[in-house]
Design a protein around this ligand. Structure first.
Ligand SMILES: Nc1nc2c(ncn2[C@@H]2O[C@H](COP(=O)(O)OP(=O)(O)OP(=O)(O)O)[C@@H](O)[C@H]2O)c(=O)[nH]1
Ligand SMILES: [Mg+2]
Length: 249
């Protein structure tokens, strides 16, 4: 399915299991620059969005830890890239990267542009980037900057290399009719990157009311487990019987 808006079909047990999985999220390290991110072999999930969209709050809610990622009333609070490890401690299954928000008004234009370039680079070439969770304020929908960010990663979404989940955040601030309208508009934007190969999910999300949290957890878990690389299969040495049949003596 290229664009999923309905909850994953797992049911209550799958949701519980997925939440138990997201609750294992723990802080790994901080990088001050994208090019200082450690190399690793796990699927990496990037949490991106405008400053103040609710990225850190979403991570805290999924992890069920109040201060794992630092949420703040002051936009632009997350200035570093924080990496979180998810899955069993001995065998982690994914890394989540909380990226600094873009579009923070008080940042000088030059540094805004530089940040956009770095972000574009990361989304285009980061080798084990398996998925992007883009947080968009449900009241505002996709802004120009959100569309720009989407365009950076679009080629890899279109060919299915990178999965995309859009969380329409702060849905508690909208009534039901507004929520439906917000969802419809965002779906129209995503229609532009939706192909046979792409794997795109979208859900209304509220950390406050815990709306969409279980669905997001299920999708994130599926991404990590689906991307897990199994050890190379080494075929046993060929039996003599397998040799091409010799011709008559
Ligand atoms: N009503 C409501 N407020 C929310 C929700 N999620 C986040 N907020 C508020 O939005 C503000 C920004 O949240 P953060 O999670 O710090 O946002 P961020 O995207 O990490 O921001 P930067 O780190 O600046 O990029 C905080 O005051 C949060 O309490 C939500 O689901 N509902
Ligand atoms: Mg933040």
């Amino acid at each position: 399915m290229s664009l999923t808006t309905t909850p994953p079909p797992g049911g209550a047990d799958a949701t519980r299991a997925a939440l138990a999985w997201t609750h294992t999220a723990r802080f790994l390290t901080t990088a001050s620059r994208l090019d200082q991110l450690p190399a690793h072999e796990l699927p990496e999930i990037a949490f991106v969005g405008r400053s103040n969209a609710g990225k850190s709050t979403a991570i805290n809610t999924l992890a069920q830890q109040r201060q794992l990622a630092f949420a703040s009333k002051t936009p632009g609070r997350t200035q570093h890239i924080n990496l979180f490890e998810v899955g069993p401690r001995e065998t982690p299954q994914a890394l989540w990267a909380d990226l600094p928000g873009y579009g923070y008004a008080a940042v000088a234009r030059a540094s805004k542009l530089r940040w956009q370039e770095v972000m574009a680079d990361y989304l285009r070439v980061r080798r084990n980037l398996a998925g992007v969770v883009q947080m968009v304020d449900s009241r505002h929908g996709f802004t120009d900057l959100d569309r720009q960010l989407l365009s950076f990663v679009a080629p890899r979404v279109v060919n299915g290399e990178v999965k995309l989940l859009v969380l329409l955040t702060k849905a508690d601030k909208l009534n039901r009719k507004e929520q439906a309208e917000s969802l419809r508009r965002a779906q129209a934007v995503l229609g532009e990157v939706s192909t046979e190969e792409s794997d795109i999910g979208i859900t209304l999300f509220s950390a406050l009311k815990r709306q969409g949290v279980g669905d997001a957890a299920e999708i994130l878990q599926q991404w990590a487990l689906g991307a897990m690389v199994l050890p190379d299969f080494t075929p046993p040495p060929a039996e003599p019987d397998d040799e091409p049949a010799a011709g008559p003596a």
